[in-house]
Design a protein around this ligand. Structure first.
Ligand code: TYM
Length: 346
């Protein structure tokens, strides 16, 4: 019997930042370490999703490899046989299944996706790509091709996961047992625990998440930032004028974000960090502490990144892509048979 699959992906449209690292990458690596053995773990780079909004195409290919290196630097055990790393575009079944799913997806259904609404609101009509609109369908294909039961993602992706369940159920109803339906979102949260849904916020506008799509980059700590750049960003982080330090995301989003970053980097609970600073009326000491923690983290991380064995990484990538191509082609074939593109029973 094959093992149940846990699958997740991280796009490569810009340099990775602290929000990706603490909110997604590190939990992904911890999850892989914890569950490999009992589960098959698919960690992939959705490179086709990486240019649903404009990117620098001259850098994309290298960026993708760089992201995979970041996984290795963060401690992903590449030698484990249950762990697979791959690039979406190297497995053509992703694009092919997307087209099939597209034809069973409603225009209204896609129009209601909040991520599409948020992202398209920032772009002029001509720059809103059909790819951005279609993003959740490709994401559904990513998941369904490998029969994934669990898909750990941030809460900004919940709606896409629900759509994946919907389209899988719809297709199964029409064609019989075609796809594994991923577990309901609430069950996923129980399975993955507290990291799920965690969001590091932008330092300049702490009401929105730290995001790769932020073009100015002043509120975002990139993993490649040097000490003085990172320090400057933290020291000029937006706070408030309430003159107290408490974890209160509604009234003190900036301060709460700093407490959260400090807790994650110092490996302390949020309560413990908030307690340490309770009663202080100035924000300087908190910013100093966050700066030091971030700078120490970046220097340690950048050393590990430089030491990644590129040869071993590329070998692992090639092996995983070969294996995953086989799995994905089988699922695609079943879907092609179901919709009448291939003869049944072969
Ligand atoms: P991406 O690259 O935008 O985000 C990858 C993961 O990081 C989470 N995330 C954050 N978490 C905490 N704080 C932040 N500031 C922050 N920013 C992003 C996201 O919730 C996500 O879990 N659509 C996916 C990529 C994808 C995918 C898939 C995932 C494509 N196909 C199939 C799982 C399964 C995305 O949001 O990527």
């Amino acid at each position: 019997m094959s093992k149940p699959v846990i699958l997740t992906g991280l796009r490569a449209n810009n340099d990775l930042h602290l929000g990706n690292y603490l909110g997604a990458l590190l939990p992904m690596v911890d999850m892989a370490k914890q569950h490999a053995g009992e589960y098959q773990i698919n960690l992939f780079v959705p490179d086709l999703h990486s240019f649903t909004t404009p990117v620098d195409h001259s850098k994309l290919f290298d960026q993708i490899l760089q992201n995979l290196k970041v996984f290795a630097a963060a401690g992903l055990p590449l030698e484990h046989e249950d762990i697979h790393i791959y690039r979406q575009s190297f497995i053509t079944a992703h694009s092919e299944l997307t087209w099939i799913l597209d034809c069973f997806t409603g225009f209204g259904e896609m129009s209601r996706m909040t991520q599409f609404k948020d992202k398209s609101a920032k772009l002029s009509q001509d720059r809103i790509s059909v790819g951005l609109f279609n993003y959740p369908v490709l994401m559904a294909a990513d998941i369904l091709l490998y029969g994934a039961s669990y898909v750990p993602v941030g809460d900004d992706q919940t709606q896409h996961l629900e759509f994946t369940r919907d389209i899988a159920e719809r297709m199964n109803k029409q064609f019989g047992d075609l796809f594994v339906v991923p577990k309901p979102v609430t069950e996923q949260h129980t399975f993955f625990g507290k990291e799920q849904g965690l969001r590091v916020k932008d330092l300049v506008d702490p009401t929105k998440k730290m995001s790769k799509s932020d073009e100015t980059g002043t509120g975002v700590i990139f993993l490649t930032d040097n000490a003085s750049v990172a320090r400057k960003k933290i020291m000029s982080a937006t706070t408030d004028s309430l003159g107290k330090i408490s974890y209160d995301t509604t009234n003190q989003p900036g301060v709460s974000n700093l407490l959260q970053i400090l807790g994650l980097l110092a490996n302390k609970s949020l309560e413990a960090v908030a307690k340490e600073y309770a009663g202080q009326s100035q924000y300087g000491a908190l910013k100093e502490a966050v700066s030091t923690a971030v700078v120490d983290f970046l220097s340690d991380f950048q050393t590990k990144l430089a030491a990644v064995d590129e040869h071993a990484l590329l070998n692992k990538l090639a092996a995983s892509e070969q294996t995953m191509n086989q799995t994905a082609s089988q699922t695609l074939h079943k879907a092609q048979q179901a919709v009448g593109l291939r003869p049944k029973g072969q």
